[in-house]
Design a protein around this ligand. Structure first.
Ligand SMILES: [Zn+2]
Length: 221
């Protein structure tokens, strides 16, 4: 059940997308993005991407399709299919078990609409016995500054998301909140990949750079 997180190095994209941009929806040259995806596939096998919309729809993948399903979680019980979640500040959450794996896109809206828990429930329905989670690089609780209104809205639901920036303004700690959600669900969580996308120059960050590329979390049975 290998899990991997790409960073921005090792691809062929230029400029703000330099260099391993895997996002085909961010303004980069489509042919170049395909070459980048081939670089990753050569190592990690055929990949299924999704058209992420900050919702909580889950797509069950039985074969790889060129047409990316519109979803914020991909699940498969079939060995050899690598599931990909693209991110540049949102949390790439990878869920593994001996029977089923999943790649989940968890931003602020994904946290609120329970996409992670819905995915875990579906994995269990599909036969997953003992699920583990890996949280990948995402914007941290010091860097994710938000308005007072959004701060209140989120911490009323997820108290552990409460955070402040270094200058003392309202912020949200989404990885910490997701960790609490997963612990409440009885899931063991590996947070060792959890660098901050804004602070780590090796990673794409939308909040830091605006127009930029996307890295990916990858998981397969
Ligand atoms: Zn940070």
């Amino acid at each position: 059940m290998p899990v991997t997180f790409t960073n921005r190095h090792g691809g062929v994209s230029q400029g703000v997308y330099s260099s391993l941009n895997l996002g085909d929806h961010v303004g980069d040259d489509g042919a170049v993005v395909l070459r980048n995806r081939e670089v990753v596939s050569a190592i990690h096998g055929p990949m299924q991407f999704m058209n992420q919309v900050h919702g909580n729809r889950i797509a069950i993948i039985e074969e790889i399709t060129d047409e990316a399903p519109t979803a914020d979680a991909l699940v498969t019980g079939i060995p050899g299919i690598t599931l990909a979640v693209m991110v540049a500040d949102c949390i790439p959450l990878l869920l593994t078990s001996k029977e089923v794996v999943a790649a989940v896109h968890v931003g602020r809206r994904g946290l609120v609409n329970s996409v992670a828990i819905k995915t875990i429930e579906l994995m269990r329905e599909m036969g997953a016995q003992d699920i583990s989670a890996t949280i990948g690089p995402a914007i941290c609780g010091r860097c994710y500054e938000v308005s007072a209104e959004i701060h209140q809205e989120v911490i009323s639901l997820f108290p552990s998301a409460d955070s402040r920036t270094n200058s003392g303004s309202f912020a949200l700690d989404l990885p910490k909140a997701l960790l609490a959600v997963l612990h409440d669900a009885g899931i063991a969580v590996d947070i060792s990949h959890g660098a901050c996308t804004v602070e780590d120059a090796d990673l794409f960050s939308y909040r830091r750079d605006g127009i930029t590329g996307r890295q990916a979390g990858l998981v397969r049975l």
